[in-house]
Ligand binder design. Structure first.
Ligand SMILES: Cc1cc2nc3c(=O)[nH]c(=O)nc-3n(C[C@H](O)[C@H](O)[C@H](O)COP(=O)(O)OP(=O)(O)OC[C@H]3O[C@@H](n4cnc5c(N)ncnc54)[C@H](O)[C@@H]3O)c2cc1C
Length: 423
């Protein structure tokens, strides 16, 4: 759903993408899982069906849609237009985003290379990422420190000769298990003398560099999310040339802010798609079974579940579309309150919807025969990943207080006859 009339091109993309997701991605989900198999094999090869779907998406023009019009390498859409399309991919979150080369963490990493990369970095990393030939990971979080405050990150990036030596232990690094993961963007301290926000830097670390060890894949409520996974990774005396520094020493915060702005709401956009699929499944299910002499849908409480789910999904979508529109109009920095509100509200709303859908399926809802349990597990992590709810809530409150105080000050100035009120 869109609040404004979309251009004929975006309408056509929407039609093509809906058809691709419904008739090719969702039907491929079972084949994909089966081909992944079990045990170590799950990390060794990407099921052939994915490469087939990637070729198909590319042919249909459903490729790299996330990279908005300020990047010459992108599809030329606005964030708002992408929000409408990204939600459709969210109906099949394990297949459609990767098939369309629009999956995290590559999207954020490609934005970093496109926005801050040197010509050489773009040629070596951005080009194959945009072509879907390699994948990438973003390595910030560390087991030893509370990483929701990125000033705590303590991996060292030390200048040595013509390059840097990286030492540190990271975990929950999404994508690090993927057989095609060729590159990490790693965060660490290069300049201990810099101020609180001037110590962190981001360097490009090739996955094949000596000293890079993927220690183990972690699981999310038992799901391994193979073949990309979320892994513990050690950088043990990894040497990289000086030109692998992104943007400059001590500029890591600038880079992560650029990376996480639109990237945070991409997760929200996909979440809406998962919420829509949950509602579809719930509504079909409650009309297909009978208890105590009537269809499950005829029990009053179930109507309440359906209505609440629809209302919450619509409200969540408004917030996502508004944040996307704000990014387009005033930039991610000035839209940070709207981004944070979507990042907090959407996963919680969709979690509640998934929970109701699971309930309507009874025991089947927590098992492997519907996507609901896996969606729930993934959605629950979004209340933590990319910054926990509390950190974003704190930022929303701080920005709200600042805005209210500015309004009050303007009114006081106006009452004192010092210029017009600035609202
Ligand atoms: C599935 C998944 C994928 C991930 N992928 C990546 C990835 O690709 N790359 C990467 O670098 N990281 C990744 N992460 C890590 C994620 O970004 C971090 O877990 C997150 O930033 C929180 O850091 P932490 O785990 O160290 O929690 P901590 O910083 O230890 O915080 C723990 C809890 O403290 C509370 N808290 C923290 N600050 C405040 C506050 N100001 N007010 C009130 N309460 C507060 C919150 O409830 C928080 O959950 C991923 C995590 C998951 C689960």
């Amino acid at each position: 759903m869109s609040l404004v009339q979309l251009s004929p091109r975006v309408e056509e993309l929407r039609r093509l993408l809906t058809d691709f997701v419904q008739s090719e991605c969702i039907p491929a989900e079972a084949e994909y899982q089966q081909a992944l198999g079990s045990g170590p094999q799950r990390w060794q090869a990407v099921p052939a069906v994915m490469e087939r779907l990637k070729r198909r998406a590319r042919k249909l023009g459903l490729w790299n849609l996330f990279l908005t019009k300020e990047y010459r390498e992108g599809a030329g859409l606005t964030n708002y237009e992408y929000a409408v399309l990204c939600e459709i991919m969210g109906h099949s979150p394990n297949i459609a985003p990767e098939a369309c080369n629009c999956s995290a963490p590559d999207t954020g990493n490609m934005e970093v290379f496109a926005k801050y990369g040197t010509a050489a970095q773009k040629e070596r990393w951005l080009k194959p990422l945009l072509e879907g030939r390699i994948r990438s990971a973003f390595a910030m979080t560390e087991p030893a420190v509370a990483s929701s405050d990125a000033t705590n990150i303590c991996t060292r990036i030390e200048r040595q000769g013509g390059g840097y030596v990286v030492n540190g232990r990271k975990w929950w690094i999404s994508g690090a298990g993927h057989p095609n993961c060729a590159v990490f963007l790693a965060m660490g301290k290069a300049d201990l003398a810099g101020g609180k926000h001037g110590q962190q830097s981001i360097v490009v670390v090739p996955a094949g560099a000596e000293g890079v060890k993927v220690v183990r894949p972690l699981t999310v409520f038992g799901y391994d999310d193979a073949p990309h996974g979320h892994c513990e990774v050690v950088f043990d005396n990894v040497w990289v040339p000086a030109e692998n520094m992104v943007l400059g020493e001590g500029r890591g915060f600038e880079v992560i802010q650029g990376r996480l702005g639109p990237g945070r709401i991409h997760h929200c956009m996909r979440s809406l798609g998962m919420g829509e699929r949950a509602v579809e499944l719930m509504v079909a299910r409650v009309q297909s079974r009978t208890t105590f002499g009537r269809q499950i849908v005829e029990h009053g409480v179930v109507l309440d579940y359906i209505a609440k789910s629809r209302m919450e999904l619509e409200a969540a979508r408004m917030l996502v579309l508004r944040a996307a529109d704000m990014i387009d109009k005033v930039g991610a920095k000035n839209a940070r309150k709207e981004i944070a509100m979507a990042k907090v509200l959407v996963p919680s709303a969709v979690l509640a919807i998934l929970d109701r859908a699971i309930q309507m399926f009874g025991a089947a809802g927590v098992g492997p025969d519907t996507p609901l349990a896996e969606f729930w597990a993934g959605m629950r992590t979004l209340r933590i990943a990319d910054g926990p709810d509390e950190v974003h809530t704190r930022q929303i409150a701080q920005l709200e207080i600042r805005e209210q105080n500015a309004k009050m000050a303007a009114r006081k100035r106006s009452a004192a006859g010092v210029g017009p009120p600035k609202l």
